[in-house]
Ligand binder design. Sequence first.
Ligand code: AMP
Length: 111
Amino acid sequence: MTIFEKIINREIPASIVYEDDLCLAFRDVNPQAPVHVLLIPRKPIASLDNLTDADTELAGHLLQTVPRVAALLGLSGGYRTVVNTGDHGGQSVFHLHIHILGGRSLGWPPG
Ligand code: AMP
């Protein structure tokens, strides 16, 4: 079980900012911007590489939830979404998550 499943199960604490039947969002413990939240599905999907046809509705819901969470967090100036995938992508927790970063102007390209 990943640490994110433990957050879903309330086995470890997290600063949860949004949740619904399919997903939840909580503040990253090591924020890289003034606002840094992770949006995750409740279903334990390891990464984008592990999405299946059964997840089409869930994947759409996750994407549509991003702007809702961004609005809740007051990110009216815009924000960055990141989905790190696999070793070269820098993924460290193998439970699918969308980083939502904002609160300052963000540089591009990433490292
Ligand atoms: P990634 O490197 O894309 O897999 O992102 C994993 C993110 O999870 C990192 O930004 C970590 O800071 C964050 N993280 C790890 N453990 C926790 C935790 N217990 N609560 C909140 N965020 C966490």
